[in-house]
Design a binder for this molecule. Structure first.
Ligand SMILES: Cc1ncc(C[n+]2csc(CCOP(=O)(O)OP(=O)(O)O)c2C)c(N)n1
Ligand SMILES: [Mg+2]
Length: 624
């Protein structure tokens, strides 16, 4: 049985593009939670006086004027002024606080929200210590090119105003230095007027392509000091000029000529938006040129994976089908492909065909983080937004007879026959059955996942990876994505490794507390298994016992009660599921719970599988 059996082309029309379609019956009852529900939670009593009187009131008002819907936070005295302003000055609405149990979760939630909406929400963290906790999540968002407005605070910069001990500990001369190398911009404004300007600039920069997190550090004294006089009113929109990221006409003409003249074009569809019109343009461009298209699980869904022109399934490392095609390609079009040089590397030298790179990413490259990857050979560089360029190219090439070739790739099916243990492929198959024809957003996938388990037919079917390969991002990113998907009719499903889940399981409490429906499935192999594979590899290379690979990796004795961790936070826990025949019922119940507005966690005891093994093997291909 395959996903949405019998409807393999259902998500898009004969020509591959998405058309309006009647909502599947199931979807109409899915997750119709009124957006206003969250707003009813944690209502403050009216504060009476409400004129802006303090520096932090200006900060809160600016966030409101910027239409920031939520501010995920963990509290701290360094921003007690702002905290008060958010609650008692603007009434805990726009932005509304989302209390998180860890700063990493606060930022990851904002990350997941941006993955769905393409827009920054805010996260607030306490002085240097909260920022330290937040760093990995900020790094993930940076590598994923996702916008977040991170607000922090410092003890009074004016030492004479510091409380003994604690304010000194929580003051650093240059707090922004903690995150400067993996944020787009940071600032420490010295007055309310400067804070307002900093927030406007931060929001504009974060949301402008190439997007990324920004950090504003608010001086405690600036927040708490009474305002001398009100600031002059401004229209924030005038400080947010849209930045046109289109391509010059002659470059589009050149690229269109190369593509139409190509016999074996290949499109590498990388970091693109969740926009349906842009998705349809990519399909139109591929069909008009007959280009094979490759997508990656590092970025969100970019092309229908069951389209005949889609090469292989999205895979993290191996591209067995892709390399020969890149070798024979006469034109390679990269739409901000993550790691173009690394993808071309298996060719053993620069490709014979012409390379067109469409990307704005070079604007973010710095000397600290090497997430910019290797330097690819490029014959035509188009410094523009990939969506805009795709639409322009499709228009320039115009409607031509479709050059679809090949057959859609079927989904991977587990081998038939009785098995005593559950593999990740069994988990995937049972989940496909349980969700049926619902619109699902896969908010996160584990390392062992194979692209061939699931088809993506809409830009929101899959949101891409955590960006920075920082384990522990999955739960928070899933909560943030689910927050953004509330009321959309989509079922958010995050599938996490047990290591990933355990590192930030307390992100789930925020989802439960704010009534954010979400299904989390734990692909639980009781191990940081990816690293068992690494130890196995090293042992083989050094001729040492492979049987020791589990030491320092397996989470046994005691086994961890994952459902207990879920239930302790008010989520529903299903499992542990140890037998294939029990998967379907557990998933069905969990989906029903989520449709009822709950957070559900299913603990599936999988046998360590081939996903991580393949990935690791691919990483070490060259090392023997
Ligand atoms: C913050 C962080 N710590 C450690 C690692 C190294 N690491 C990469 S994958 C992995 C295992 C993750 O375990 P799990 O989520 O259970 O997935 P599995 O490999 O078992 O499928 C680890 C520890 C990392 N990438 N990030
Ligand atoms: Mg694991």
């Amino acid at each position: 049985m395959s996903l949405r059996d019998g409807s393999s082309r259902d998500g898009y029309s004969r020509d591959g593009s998405i058309r309006e379609r009647p909502a599947p019956e199931a979807a109409s009852r899915t997750l119709h939670v009124a957006k206003s529900d969250i707003a009813a939670i944690e209502r403050p009593i009216p504060s009476g006086t409400n004129a802006a009187g303090f520096g932090s009131d200006v900060v809160a008002e600016t966030l409101r004027d910027l239409d920031i819907p939520y501010i995920a936070l963990n509290p701290g005295a360094s921003y007690r002024g702002l905290h008060d302003s958010l609650v008692n000055h603007i009434g805990n609405a726009s932005p509304q606080m989302l209390l998180c149990l860890h700063e990493e979760a606060a930022v990851a939630i904002a990350h997941g929200y941006a993955k769905v909406t393409g827009k920054a929400m805010a996260a607030a963290v306490h002085s240097n210590v909260g920022l330290f906790h937040a760093t990995m999540a900020i790094f993930n968002a940076w590598c994923d090119r996702m916008p977040i407005l991170v607000l922090g605070a410092t003890g009074p910069v004016d030492a004479a105003k510091r409380r003994p001990w604690i304010d000194w500990i929580h003051t650093a001369a240059d707090q922004g230095a903690i995150v400067r190398h993996y944020t787009k911009w940071d600032d420490q404004p010295a007055s309310p007027a400067a804070a307002r300007e900093a927030l406007l600039r931060a929001s504009w920069l974060a949301n402008t392509a190439p997007q990324g997190p920004v950090y504003i550090n608010l001086d405690a004294d600036m927040q708490e000091a009474a305002l001398d006089k009100p600031l002059p009113a401004i229209d924030p929109k005038r400080f947010m000029p849209p930045v046109a990221n289109g391509a010059p006409a002659e470059l589009i003409k050149q690229a269109a000529a190369w593509l139409t003249g190509a016999k074996h074009p290949v499109i590498l569809a990388g970091r693109v938006s969740r926009d349906v019109a842009a998705w349809n343009s990519r399909v139109a461009l591929a069909e008009a040129t007959g280009a094979h298209v490759c997508t990656t699980p590092k970025a969100g869904a970019a092309f229908p994976t069951d389209h005949p022109l889609h090469i292989d399934a999205p895979q993290p490392f191996t591209k067995d089908d892709l390399t020969p095609l890149l070798g024979e390609a006469d034109v390679i079009l990269s739409l901000d492909w993550v790691d173009l040089a690394g993808t071309l590397k298996p060719l053993g030298g620069p490709p014979a065909g012409k390379v067109i790179q469409v990307s704005l990413d070079h604007q973010l490259h710095n000397g600290w983080s090497m997430d910019y990857q290797g330097l690819p050979p490029v014959d035509l560089f188009i410094a523009a937004d990939p969506d805009t360029v795709t639409t322009a190219l499709a228009a320039a090439i115009g409607p031509v007879p479709s050059k679809i070739k090949g057959q859609p790739r079927p989904l991977h099916e587990p081998k038939a026959g009785r098995k005593d243990t559950i593999g990740i492929e069994d988990l995937a198959q049972a989940l496909r059955g349980a969700v049926g024809r619902r619109d699902v957003t896969l908010t996160h996938l584990p390392l062992s996942w194979q692209g061939s388990f699931w088809h993506f037919r809409h830009p929101l079917d899959f949101l891409g990876s955590d960006g920075g390969a920082g384990v522990g991002g999955g739960p928070g990113i899933s909560v943030g994505a689910a927050l953004a998907l509330r009321g959309s009719g989509r079922l958010p499903v995050g599938i996490c490794g047990d290591g990933d889940f355990l590192m930030s399981v307390t992100a789930l409490w925020t989802a439960v507390h704010y009534r954010i429906p979400l299904l989390i499935i734990v692909a639980n192999n009781r191990s940081f298994y990816n690293d068992e594979v690494h130890q196995e590899r090293i042992a083989i290379l050094r001729n040492r016992p492979v049987d020791n690979k589990w030491i320092g990796q397996k989470m046994l004795d005691p086994e961890i009660d994952l459902c207990g961790l879920a239930r302790a936070q008010g989520a529903r826990g299903f499992g542990p599921i140890t037998r294939i025949e029990n998967l379907a019922a557990a998933f069905a119940e969990a989906v029903a719970a989520v449709e009822n507005g709950e957070v559900a966690v299913v603990d599936v005891r999988i046998e360590p599988g081939y996903g991580a093994r393949n990935a690791s093997a691919a990483m070490h291909r060259k090392s023997g």
